[in-house]
Design a protein around this ligand. Structure first.
Ligand code: PLP
Length: 224
């Protein structure tokens, strides 16, 4: 899509969503000019799936109050770079990864905000902590001082019909709420990241305050 179309889309979605919901632009495989259009239209949070791609995008997130989150799976050999680059890792999905992020963050004197990725659809091929294990998982990582848990993220199974996603969003919201009560020290339940282009409206109804939107802003992705 061209500059004007992206501007129109961003502004439309920003107008549509309630105050307090963050529109995060998911920019995997998008060009420089597409990302620039989103910056100019007022996007404040970008979601990158890959560390290397995000490094390349850095110059575009030039405005000081623009944040960049990692929304793809993080491999442990990329942790050092990721910790230096990102303002938040939304895809914390194992204790080993938590320890690695903590260690590398400590080395550079940073406290890394993270969201725990919940595998709300219990899908074998997906990363994320199973819903029943989230509490236990938090207990295992809560003492890592250079990690700051700030909430939950989920994808849910992909289906064409956004109504089918609702159950997974509701389930994740329930976990979020129950963790809010009796939250361990050093853990915060502040952000709930759910919903993509076809499902963000449903996700907001179910309590999302970060939505990750790609194709509704930039048009369909070229298949790779
Ligand atoms: C690509 C992606 C999105 C956005 O998907 P769209 O359907 O293009 O809106 C959201 N979250 C994650 C983790 C993604 O990889």
């Amino acid at each position: 899509m061209n500059y004007a179309e992206i501007q129109t889309n961003v502004k439309r979605v920003l107008n549509e969503i309630p105050k307090g919901v963050i529109l995060e632009a998911a920019v995997k495989s998008r060009s420089e000019s597409e990302i620039r259009a989103a910056v100019d239209a007022g996007i404040k949070v970008f979601g990158d799936n890959y560390v290397v791609e995000s490094q390349k995008n850095r110059d575009l997130y030039r405005n000081e109050d623009i944040k960049c989150h990692l929304i793809g799976h993080l491999q442990r050999n990329k942790v050092k770079k990721a910790v230096a680059l990102f303002d938040m890792v939304e895809t914390l999905d194992s204790v080993r990864l938590a320890r690695a992020i903590n260690k590398k963050s400590c080395e550079i004197g940073k406290v890394m905000p993270v969201l725990i990725e919940v595998n709300s659809g219990l899908e074998k091929q997906k990363y994320g902590i199973l819903p029943n294990d989230v509490k236990f998982f938090i207990n295992k990582i809560k003492n890592l001082k250079n990690l700051k848990v700030q909430g939950l993220m989920t994808m849910g199974p992909f289906t064409g019909n956004p109504e089918n996603a609702r159950k997974y969003f509701t389930d994740t919201k329930k976990i979020f709420q129950s963790l809010k009560v009796n939250c361990p020290e050093n853990v915060e339940m502040k952000y709930l990241s759910m919903g993509m282009s076809n499902s963000y409206k449903v996700a907001i109804e179910e309590g999302a305050n970060i939505i990750r939107v790609g194709s509704a802003l930039f048009g369909p992705r070229q298949s790779v």
